[in-house]
Design a binder for this molecule. Structure first.
Ligand SMILES: C[S@@+](CC[C@H](N)C(=O)[O-])C[C@H]1O[C@@H](n2cnc3c(N)ncnc32)[C@H](O)[C@@H]1O
Length: 235
């Protein structure tokens, strides 16, 4: 896995154009995937939510709009991405009384044990330098019975893979260069997607960390999946 410092620097370079690039490269599907994630979290009506690898904050904003009782804490280790989130908060994207953003590395979260009802993380886990360490941190901060929601790229349906990887390898880098001026960041995106485990193997990793009630739902021919996993309630 790439070092955290390289990941942080890369996101720092694309921060200003990150939102636009996301919408363009996913053909707008990112908005639908976000809605599906928020709907799942809202079913549990959590109060204390940590949105990890929050980036420019869209998951945090959507959570606070949908769940009126939620206090949402967005954390990321890349200051330029957080600046985008804070700028959007100042522009009215969310209620400053219920959302805050702060610097935090998912491999050593600045949050107490058992303090969070629900963790969300969208397109973040794939970038962890040490995935098991990051997943353990998520488990640590959740209260017993709390739930993690992980939205991540996964391996799509078999028949769809040739089309998908053709798009990723031959079309996406050029579009990314036009949208962001930075082709390198999106070469990394393709490589990191190809490396990420499929849904079943990722579920195994979650189980090894100690999560229970693990489930996953693929979206759009399983280009992405929402993984849901619970910290066991205290017995
Ligand atoms: C692809 S962006 C996702 C942003 C946002 N969650 C979204 O849905 O648009 C990945 C984010 O993960 C952050 N990130 C990667 N590794 C991290 C780590 N170890 N700790 C904190 N943030 C991390 C990056 O800085 C970047 O903002």
């Amino acid at each position: 896995m790439p070092e955290s410092s390289a990941i942080r620097a890369m996101f720092g370079q694309i921060a200003r154009r990150y939102d636009l690039a996301n919408h363009v490269l996913s053909g707008g599907m990112d908005r639908w995937w976000l809605r599906c994630l928020i709907k799942k979290v809202a079913r549990l009506q959590p109060t204390r939510i940590a949105d990890l690898a929050t980036g420019s904050g869209d998951v945090a904003f959507a959570l606070s709009r949908k769940i009126s009782s939620a206090q949402v804490h967005g954390l990321d280790f890349c200051e330029p991405m957080l600046s985008e989130a804070r700028r959007k908060l100042a522009d009215g994207a969310g209620d400053p009384a219920r959302i805050k953003f702060s610097l935090g590395d998912c491999l050593a979260l600045p949050l107490p044990d058992n303090s969070i009802d629900a963790v969300t993380i969208a397109y973040g886990v794939r970038n962890f330098e040490k995935r098991a360490q990051g997943l353990s941190e998520i488990h640590r901060i959740l209260r017993p019975g709390g739930t993690a929601f992980i939205l991540e790229f996964t391996q799509p349906w078999l028949w769809f893979r040739p089309f998908y990887y053709f798009y990723l390898r031959f079309l996406l880098p050029g579009i990314a260069r036009l949208a962001t001026g930075n082709r390198h960041a999106y070469d990394y995106l393709v490589a990191s997607i190809a490396r990420f485990p499929d849904r079943k193997n990722f579920a195994k990793e979650l189980k090894e960390i100690g999560f229970t009630e693990i489930s996953h739902a693929g979206l759009t021919a399983s280009i992405v999946a929402i993984h849901q996993a619970r910290k066991a309630p205290e017995s």
